[in-house]
Design a binder for this molecule. Structure first.
Ligand SMILES: Cc1cc2nc3c(=O)[nH]c(=O)nc-3n(C[C@H](O)[C@H](O)[C@H](O)COP(=O)(O)OP(=O)(O)OC[C@H]3O[C@@H](n4cnc5c(N)ncnc54)[C@H](O)[C@@H]3O)c2cc1C
Length: 572
């Protein structure tokens, strides 16, 4: 028998987890020059897309452009593995890229990128225990490896005490059949950290007979895609159509007695049962039929997230228009997991009570690939800075959705997994996809996260746009520049300058306001009644939709106008 004492391996930064957060954290730390180790349970699941193979859309697409401006991997990999690009919010501040990727190709290219990063070592293992002595963090793995680092990033996703549910059975797993990280959760608790439980779920995949596709609505791809990264891919992607269909009334009858889910799941990616119970008035719900890859017959049934018995799942699928003959090949399931409860992180993603310990991704209470990547890059940068005794960087919520994300995760009590929405920013019209590179230029330049050539290009773009907006004749404007200039002019015409937004934010809301008089959704009214915000800014922080905030502000403005008229009348 071979025996030997494992020698302690020393690094500047160690990242636990090779998901979307872990990959960006490790890549950012290594690119900043820190000797970095990424430990992850399986190299075959690096950057696995655990749910839909899609990225972007308003809010999340904005995050993609911002992290791209800091040299992230995710937007680069999406653009090179996408098989369908579609856009939303044409030529307005809401415009965002949206892409569906080939699931396997995405994982392979991301792994390849990770393998080629200078200063980055990767190892397949599971971390069981972490502890701190004076200046360093010590880690012990299942396989008996011992590591030490100046700073540590935990990016363990849905694995901390993960419990999956499918076909009426529960399993100790962080994802389908992947072992949960119970020992690490215990170790984190041992450091005095408070962990709460959230739940999320995913839809089944199926093989669909050719005849089914005749029943679906086609969703066409953009022939000239606008990419997730500012750096265009070397060649145009080969794309395919996707499809849309709907659930019908027979499904409502089948599921009318199903119990609501117990744990808190994501409001914006609800399970089928959640949707039926939250919107009983809706007679049908959309199902998006998304391809797994160009060479596969398996389709992801986005919109049918469920963890019911396999037989019921198959029955449900059979009741959806066009899916009558479809056969499920991977059943839907849900996972409940531990996350870090509120007020334990700084906006730098460092733990308040445990210096040198950073968190990123789903463990921070966020939900989604893009949110994970954004917190990953912030944690990676700051872990590297701390390891070199340099001051932390805090990304501002005034100038980016990344900052909004960091602020909310650090300061808000989360009632459900957090997803990025445009309405979470108070100045959404200023935080556009097309100007993300300019907005992030201060950080990317100072920390050298992008190369000199790219930085010079961003600087030149800024000058071109500023000059063109002031009316100067500028040559060499790109289509992107022209779009950005048109948007800036539109915003100026609407008078939506920051000063006006500031005034709007400070607008007072009477405590006794009767919300039934304002034309907003039932859900928003309930929230406003419950929390009774005293300013518009407070109302925005409740994450109510942008339209609701506008309706509320308009109502208050009208009321104030009426009062002014009355007082003028009485003065007369
Ligand atoms: C069932 C399911 C449904 C989902 N549904 C949605 C949805 O509807 N909408 C949405 O936006 N998002 C959804 N997600 C979430 C999405 O997958 C995550 O937000 C995203 O993957 C988070 O990235 P992450 O890097 O934080 O974690 P992950 O991608 O989960 O990566 C975590 C990594 O850490 C590794 N790891 C864990 N513990 C250890 C350890 N102790 N030692 C070493 N390595 C470890 C794991 O092996 C894994 O590689 C869903 C996820 C699941 C599992």
């Amino acid at each position: 028998m071979v025996s030997g004492k494992n020698k302690k391996q020393t690094y500047d930064v160690i990242v636990v987890g090779g998901g979307h957060a872990g990959c960006e954290a490790a890549s950012a730390a290594a690119r900043m020059g820190a000797q970095t180790l990424m430990v992850t349970t399986s190299l075959d699941t690096i950057g696995l897309l655990a749910c839909s193979p899609s990225f972007g859309g308003p809010g999340r697409g904005h995050l993609l452009r911002e992290i791209d401006s800091l040299g992230a991997l995710m937007p680069f990999v999406i653009d090179r593995t996408a098989i369908h690009f579609r856009h939303s919010g044409k030529d307005s501040p809401k415009w965002a890229p949206f892409a569906i990727c080939d699931r396997l190709h995405y994982h392979r290219l991301l792994k390849n990128e990770i393998e080629n990063i200078k200063n980055l070592t990767i190892t397949q293992d599971t971390v069981e225990d972490i502890s701190k002595n004076k200046k360093s963090w010590n880690l012990l793995s299942v396989a008996g490896q011992r590591f030490t680092a100046k700073t540590l990033v935990i990016a363990a996703g849905t694995f901390l005490k993960g419990r999956t549910k499918q076909n009426n059975a529960s399993q100790k797993a962080g994802r389908n059949n992947e072992v949960s990280a119970d020992a690490l959760a215990k170790s984190l608790k041992g450091l005095g950290l408070k962990l709460g439980a959230f739940r999320t779920g995913t839809s089944p995949t199926a093989i669909i007979p050719e005849t089914g596709f005749k029943e679906f609505d086609k969703q066409f791809f953009e022939k000239k895609p606008r990419y997730c990264s500012f750096v265009k891919p070397e060649k145009e992607p080969e794309q395919t159509e996707t499809f849309k269909t709907f659930t019908g009334s027979k499904l409502l009858i089948l599921l009318k007695d199903q119990q609501a889910d117990k744990e808190r799941g994501p409001r914006y990616c609800p399970s089928l049962i959640d949707k039926l119970q939250r919107f009983p008035e809706k007679k049908r719900h959309p199902v998006f039929i998304q391809p797994e890859g160009l060479d596969r017959r398996e389709w992801f049934l986005n919109g049918l997230s469920m963890d019911l018995d396999n037989e019921i799942q198959q029955q449900i699928v059979g009741l959806v228009a066009g899916l009558e003959g479809a056969k499920i090949v991977r059943y839907g399931y849900s996972v409940s997991y531990y996350f870090l409860q509120e007020s334990q992180l700084f906006e730098t993603m460092e733990c308040r009570e445990n210096e040198g310990l950073f968190f990123a991704g789903q463990v921070t209470g966020s939900n989604g690939y893009e949110e994970a990547a954004a917190t990953g890059i912030m944690a990676g940068i700051n872990a590297a800075l701390k390891a070199c005794n340099k001051e932390a960087v805090q990304i501002s919520s005034e100038t980016s959705y990344m900052g909004v994300l960091a602020r909310d995760l650090a300061t808000k009590k989360l009632g459900e997994p957090y997803r990025m929405l445009l309405s979470r920013a108070t100045n959404a019209h200023e935080l556009r996809c097309d100007n993300a590179d300019i907005r992030m230029m201060g950080v990317s330049g100072r920390l050298k996260l992008i190369d000199r050539k790219r930085l010079a290009q961003v600087k030149a773009k800024k000058v071109r746009i500023e000059e063109a907006v002031t009316g100067k004749t500028v040559s060499g404007l790109t289509p992107e520049d022209k779009r950005e200039i048109a948007t800036i002019r539109k915003i100026e015409n609407y008078g939506l300058k920051s000063t006006n937004v500031k005034k709007l934010n400070e607008m007072a809301i009477p405590r006794t306001l009767d919300y039934s008089k304002i034309d907003v959704s039932k859900e928003a009214r309930e929230k406003l009644n419950r929390f009774r915000p005293v300013t518009i800014e407070e109302a925005i922080r409740l994450n109510i939709p942008e339209n609701t905030v506008k309706a509320l502000a308009l109502y208050l403005q009208r009321k104030a106008g009426q009062r002014e008229n009355v007082s003028r009348e009485t003065k007369k």
